[in-house]
Design a protein around this ligand. Structure first.
Ligand SMILES: [Zn+2]
Length: 129
């Protein structure tokens, strides 16, 4: 149950729907790649992560607020996640795969169009393989 929820979060769906409608094709949660990117676009050799601001510790974001209780535990947990994220992204870059991270806050209704437009132009700037 929770597994399905975490895979099909709304912001990730938005990105998928947008890219698909723009003619981009991608693989979902490619297990062979480090960090199992939410989307992988083989033609553009680009991995896209749609990250929750809290779990992935989006610095300076208003959705990243460490709870007042068990504070140390949360900090440790989120620090671990960030470390894992960084390792996976470095491995991807070593494989000549570009990495684009979209935080959920950038997909809120007021920022969505701008974020998706920027994503599209970043992909189109990439030389295709
Ligand atoms: Zn954020």
């Amino acid at each position: 149950m929770s597994r399905i929820r975490s895979k099909d979060t709304k912001p990730e769906f938005l990105v998928r729907k947008f890219l698909f409608s723009e003619g981009f094709r991608y693989k979902l949660h490619e297990a062979k790649l480090p960090g199992k990117p939410d989307l992988f676009l083989p033609k553009y050799k680009t991995a896209v992560f749609v990250d929750g601001c809290f779990w992935h510790g989006h610095e300076g974001c208003r959705y990243y607020i460490i709870p007042q209780t068990r504070t140390d535990w949360w900090i440790e947990k989120i620090t671990e996640t960030k470390k894992r994220d960084a390792i996976a992204r470095n491995k991807l870059r070593e494989m000549q795969i570009s990495v684009i991270t979209l935080y959920e806050c950038s997909l809120k209704p007021e920022f969505r169009n701008k974020t998706l437009k920027r994503l599209k132009s970043r992909l189109l700037r990439k030389p295709r393989s």
